[in-house]
Design a protein. Sequence first.
Length: 247
Amino acid sequence: MKIGITGADGTIGTVLRNELSEQHELKSFTLEENLELGSTKIDLSRSTEVFGKFSGLDALIHLAADPSPNALWESVQQNNIEATYNVFNECVNAGISKIVFASTNHTQHGDTLLTTTETLDPSKNKILSLSDPTNPDSLYAVSKLFGENLGKYFSEKYGIQFVGLRIGWVVKGNDPTIMRGTLSEDYMRAMYLSHRDCVHAFERALGVDKKFLLAYAISNNTRKVFELADTIDALDYHPVDDAETFF
Ligand SMILES: NC(=O)c1ccc[n+]([C@@H]2O[C@H](COP(=O)([O-])OP(=O)(O)OC[C@H]3O[C@@H](n4cnc5c(N)ncnc54)[C@H](O)[C@@H]3O)[C@@H](O)[C@H]2O)c1
């Protein structure tokens, strides 16, 4: 498969590039010039820059965004909403058959948070499933719901396959204990996504033959607050890690 990856130099992009490059031909897109990656430099919020850039690709993994749940409207509007529209629109123009979109746990974290978007209240004993209503905790989360809905609309209108992964928490060093003793520890223990489970989730998203699918991408955490059964079933996703084994 010839796969484009936006935000290819970021945390998740680096994890995916390292593992997917053996079986697939990858094309990296980055905001800043990156000679090491040989990437195409592109500001995805500018439609004129995106035009024509995806031709020849079979699939597109859209990671580029402002990933902060504290992002302000100007950045969310530019890097998450306008950029996502430009990317999906160009996928249709280029005849790409599959989009995999990096959505987020924050689309439902409004039901589980303690005080801030990066804290979790375990005493709420909430277990959420994909069929539960969304409850975005931030403008960032609202922008990811925009992406999921745009994916749904484009899958219906143009027949492009779309998978939105509601990702938990991926960290550079793969070690969730960096949050030990902080206010975010409970949140990390629930939302942790290891690098190998992350790669597995994206591989399954690339391979699955479904018009539209939303799925959770978290490890098999003992303290998870997302019910994984639907995702295991629909995506054939079988995470092997558990944040608890690190703590
Ligand atoms: N890391 C996580 O735990 C996590 C959890 C849930 C969702 N996500 C989502 O996964 C994606 C990747 O996350 P990450 O942790 O690798 O983030 P990251 O910040 O490391 O990487 C994002 C990349 O997007 C690029 N980018 C931003 N705006 C752009 C624009 N206008 N044009 C082109 N490129 C642009 C940045 O340069 C950066 O390299 C994001 O969409 C994020 O919201 C991440």
